[in-house]
Design a protein around this ligand. Structure first.
Ligand code: HEM
Length: 512
């Protein structure tokens, strides 16, 4: 009996071990160029299996801070091994320009956000992304955007009224309350559907913010990457539950839009995003139902999150810098004169407010880090980034490079005076990313690129919505403080879009 057992063990040992070794050598051989080019790039110590993830593991806030510190320590580019995945951090504006214009495929990690965002523009493989991007870009022309301003005003104004209950109670987190009103804005404008989120107290924003938080937990924990391990965790069950609730919310919007369309003629159906996509799906059959759902989810999450985050960060900055706030208020009074509400024509005149928003987006960009998967080798000045790696672009570090931004932590909106802007490399500032796969909310470049004559002014959806929201708030309130003394006090999480760890704390007083 013992003899049979020993023989079997020996056979297994002599066949399995060489087989595993052979497969391992084959795996390494196939990736030899990855290792060769990686060996020429500096980076933290890496171990088998875990790679260099040991330097990142420190909770969500720790990850972002660690990456920023590593970038300061190593000369760009810097390599990181996330398990067997090679990530190269690129931060010289010239290199970033080359990558963002030549590599349009999203980094491999983006697949983890699909349960929340759907497989829409944000994550879609390039071949299909091109088709989607072209169609969706055309639904955002300047005429349509201008017609949205009334809707921005409507919800921002109602939101501003609800803020009265927070006056005189010290600091409070403005993000969750504002996000519901921004959800109303995005659904009414982009989807053409009133969801009355503020009135019905929907939990929709909680669902997708929690779902994106769970994605980020998975992103940097390589042990949670394999599906069979992830499925064993309580995070997976929670993620499935919140994503299902969000999906059902989106499905209701689409169903409502479909039934509203019955009997209405083409003129009545304004050619906005959702109408156009439903037409392509139901009447022309060129889009599938799944594509329609995925793109709807993507626009709801990206739009709501980025607008709320930007407007909340600006209010925090104004709370820290009373002199800047006074200048913003004076400009606002001058532009609005006696008018009660802001119009599409007023928005471009609010030039100082725009500089304040831009400076806030420099210090606190909602997308702190973005990534591209390289399908070809990319030659930079001194290095080659091999095909198969992910190029990681740390927008947050690029925005604080002291060679480009003297005294980088100082909040100074005048860095965005036109004469200052021309002195800098265009890729040294990119809160909306850059190149062909930049933010869809930043459509000027896009429409020019795809060759339509309907060229819009530089005012994109995101900027217009943020400006309107801020005007409606600042008309009636003064931000008299925040829980933070300076930018360096603000702790950011590494989320799909970054969040303020301690909440977006502001204190408001009513203006006379
Ligand atoms: C207001 C401030 C905004 C900021 C700072 C911002 C920032 C960004 C950034 C940095 C990206 C690139 C992400 C990456 O490459 O991984 C992006 C992509 C995207 N954003 Fe925005 N965004 C904003 C507003 C909006 C709005 C209002 C919408 C929609 C209504 C939107 C929809 C999208 C979509 C769909 C993408 C994916 C684009 C593609 O891959 O083709 N964003 N955004």
């Amino acid at each position: 009996m013992l003899k049979t057992y020993t023989t079997t063990t020996n056979v297994l040992l002599f066949t399995c071990v060489p087989l595993v070794l052979l497969l391992w050598v084959k795996f390494l051989w196939k990736r030899r160029w990855l290792y060769y080019y990686a060996s020429k790039i500096d980076g933290p110590l890496s171990f088998p299996v875990i790679g260099s993830t040991h330097v990142l593991f420190q909770g969500n806030h720790g990850i972002l801070q660690n990456i920023v510190q590593l970038i300061q320590k190593y000369k760009a580019p810097m390599k990181l091994w996330l398990g067997d995945k090679l990530v190269i951090v690129v931060s010289r504006p010239e290199d970033v320009e080359k990558i963002l214009n030549n590599s349009l495929e999203k980094g491999l990690m983006y697949k983890f956000v699909i349960p929340v965002f759907g497989d829409g523009l944000f994550t879609r493989p390039v071949k299909e992304w091109k088709k989607h991007r072209k169609v969706i870009s055309l639904t955002f022309n300047q005429h349509t955007l201008n017609s949205f301003v009334e809707i921005f005003v409507l919800y921002s104004n109602t939101f501003a009224k609800t803020l009265e209950e927070y006056v005189g109670h010290g600091c409070f987190d403005i993000f969750p309350v504002m996000s519901v009103s921004v959800l109303d804005i995005v659904c009414h404008t982009v989807m053409g559907t009133e969801v009355d989120a503020m009135k019905t107290d929907t939990k929709c924003t909680n669902w997708f913010f929690r779902a994106s938080e769970l994605c980020s937990i998975r992103l940097f924990n390589i042990f949670l990457h394999p599906n069979f391990i992830w499925k064993l965790t309580p995070f997976s069950k929670e993620s499935d539950s919140v994503c299902a609730q969000f999906s059902s919310f989106v499905q209701k919007i689409i169903n409502k839009k479909r039934s509203d369309r019955i009997g209405s003629d083409d003129d009545q159906r304004k050619k906005i995003f959702l109408d156009h996509l439903i037409q392509l799906t139901d009447e022309k059959g060129t889009w599938t139902d799944q594509e329609l759902i995925d793109e709807t989810k993507t626009l709801i999450v990206s739009g709501t999150d980025a607008i709320t985050s930007t407007a909340s960060f600006v209010l925090m900055m104004l709370g820290m810098h009373p002199e800047v706030q006074e200048r913003v208020y004076k400009e606002l009074c001058l532009v609005l004169e006696d008018a009660k509400t802001v119009t599409a024509e007023d928005l471009p005149k609010l030039v100082y407010l725009e500089r304040v928003i831009k400076e806030t987006l420099r210090l606190l960009p909602p997308a702190t880090i973005i990534g591209r998967h390289l399908t070809e080798d990319v030659s930079l000045k001194e290095h080659v980034l091999p095909k198969g790696c992910t190029a990681m672009i740390p927008i947050i570090s690029i925005h604080k490079d002291e060679n480009v931004w003297p005294d980088p932590l100082k909040f100074d909106p005048d860095r965005f005076l036109p004469e200052e802007v021309v002195k800098r490399h265009p890729y040294s500032y990119m809160p909306f990313s850059a190149g062909p796969r930049n933010c869809i909310g930043n459509i000027l470049v896009e429409l020019e690129r795809i060759g339509t004559t309907d060229v819009v002014s530089g005012f994109n959806y995101g900027m217009m919505a943020v400006k309107t929201m801020l005007v409606e708030i600042l008309k009636s309130y003064k931000v008299t403080g925040t829980a933070f003394k300076s930018v360096s006090d603000i702790k950011l999480t590494f989320d799909i879009s970054t969040k303020c760890l301690d909440g977006y704390q502001v204190k408001l007083a009513k203006r006379d």
